[in-house]
Design a protein around this ligand. Sequence first.
Ligand code: ZN
Ligand code: ZN
Length: 352
Amino acid sequence: MGAALMPATNLAYLTGLRFHPGKRLTLLLVPANGATPVMVLPQLELERVRASAPFPMRYVTWSDDTGPSAALAAGMEAAFGAGTPDKPLAVEPAAMRLLELRALEAVAPGLRTADVDPLLSELRMVKDTAELDLMERAVAIIEQALRVALDQVRPGMSERALSRMLSDAIFAAGADGESFANIVASGPNAANPHHENSERLLQAGDLVIIDCGAIYRGYHSDITRTIAIGEPDAEARRIYEIVLAANEAGRAAARPGVTGAAIDAAARAVIEAAGYGAAFVHRTGHGLGTETHELPNIVAGSDTPLAPGTVFTVEPGIYLSGRLGVRIEDDVVITADGSRTLTSFPRELIVV
Ligand code: ZN
Ligand code: ZN
């Protein structure tokens, strides 16, 4: 089966080529028979792409005055032969837009498509040494930034002010970008795992969830720490210790051949045993790499045995509506004989 890849994460993973997402049609057409891939692209991108392509490609360009149709037709014929391919073309359902799909259907009437993700996400799941080096760099950057930001946290500062400080620190530490818009969720706001940072001021008695990540040469890190503003009450501290124990149990369960479901169960069991099972409202973790969320899912039903080189997060949490939330997230890689936690930021409760 041939494939048509968008200028998005998979293409960046396979070729190192990054594009600003735009309206100009760009597709990498990959023949199933191992023949040289064909890239259909705007003329203005040609020099840059040709200079940095890591393997031979054939190029068919188009310009703003001609439009992409003729180039796409020529590219399809060069990659897959004349006429509509008789086998489905593998595409990325989450990345391809109607713009590209309609253009493909126009030059290949009756074209059928299939999902390329199962194949590519399996490839992407296992990281080689060079990829792991970049991920460790992304982790070092986010931990440096988190240290800088936590040094400056004070009661009376707003969530957004802390968030901006953290963003600045992430770039100052050498990130190419943030893995996602960082989350600063304080007091009762922390009970919402997807809280949007607000003007709420940090105040004594708050637990504050800080979830952030850095991108380094295309690879993402992702870490969460929960801190306390002033001495927390006994229940908050108890909940913190339960989540920490769940985080440790999840990481301890990680080794070659274990499934995402088993790691989830190990972390979840700790929280259930403490009576807070219903308050752990999300999966234990997710794969991490050229996207912040990729395979494997660390959740019930995720039954693929994990191979060495697989990187994922372990991030159990407890959320009590209207009151508080705690999450502790680390990045873990499966190794030949066990696992290694890439993140090393202190996990004891930090009281500011
Ligand atoms: Zn996170
Ligand atoms: Zn995460």
